[in-house]
Design a protein around this ligand. Structure first.
Ligand code: FPP
Length: 260
């Protein structure tokens, strides 16, 4: 699909969110509450990832994006970072066959140059194997940061201009084609578990008109029912994209283009 900016054109809205983006927070506190090492929370967090992927595929969600490792997570203790890397590799190796069998396309976005060559190769193989699947696109954001994404898109526009010998046209749609997730529509629903209410440098550009849902539930406890509650909350929202409620009446639906 071609990325269309929600601030340029009002997107179609469906009862089930097409794209859900999640900050999976609270693994460490889940473990600490149980007197377990923090990393035990990440292991259980992976079970919750499986459950979320399964629930989204069943409900007809087209894109699920998970913030697995932020560009700021390198600041964590070395042992925890190493554990997360190993967990990522194990998950890629063990789950890719199942994802493929279930029609799920895997994409990994972020500054992957920071990862070991082994991890980079695994990612390439997993993406290639599942590239043609259409049921659900699962995106793992790894060493991702919203500011990094905006900067790398800007750099590509500059490079295009240099190659062309004159500045290329810069507008929202042209810019967004260079974002790491240009293949996906903007998220309809953003979920953050674990009680904090912030974006933490996630999809800064794409969350402009996304509906936010915060829950105190720690990520390892976020099951299919919890996802159902988040989707139910989304379904009740009125998404106006800058318009008034009256404009959402059926007779006004065709007036959906905004001036640039
Ligand atoms: C945030 O909880 C979680 C992370 C930084 C890592 C997320 C990783 C997983 C859910 C498992 C692996 C996932 C994949 C896709 C392979 P936190 O550690 O910040 O928890 P806290 O706020 O309670 O300390």
């Amino acid at each position: 699909m071609t990325y269309t900016s929600s601030t340029v054109r009002v997107p179609d809205v469906s009862a089930v969110p097409r794209h859900i983006a999640i900050i999976m927070d609270g693994n460490g506190r889940w473990a600490t509450q149980r007197r377990l090492p923090r990393v035990a929370g990440h292991t259980r967090g992976l079970d919750a990832v499986r459950s979320a992927v399964d629930a989204c595929a069943r409900r007809g969600v087209e894109y699920l994006t998970l913030f697995a490792f932020s560009s700021e997570n390198w600041r964590r203790p070395v042992d925890e970072v190493s554990f997360l890397m190993r967990l990522f590799v194990t998950a890629l190796e063990r789950e890719i066959g199942k994802l493929h069998a279930n029609g799920i396309r895997l994409r990994v976005v972020g500054d992957l140059s920071m990862f070991d060559k082994k991890i980079q190769d695994l990612i390439t193989r997993a993406e290639t194997k599942t590239a043609k699947n259409t049921r659900l696109t699962l995106t793992i954001a790894a060493n991702y940061g919203g500011r990094w994404d905006i900067m790398q898109a800007t750099r590509k526009l500059v490079e295009e201009s240099v190659a062309a010998g004159s500045p290329v046209e810069v507008n929202e749609n042209a810019f967004a084609q260079h974002l790491a997730m240009a293949y996906a529509p903007e998220p309809d629903l953003f979920i953050r578990t674990g009680g904090e209410q912030r974006i933490s440098n996630f999809l800064l550009w794409q969350l402009a008109y996304t509906e936010f849902y915060f829950t105190d539930t720690y990520w390892p406890d976020f099951d299919a029912d919890a996802l159902g509650r988040a989707i139910a909350s989304y379904t009740e929202r009125e998404r106006r994209f800058g318009r008034t409620s009256a404009q959402l009446e059926p007779q006004s639906q065709n007036a959906d283009s905004l001036p640039c």
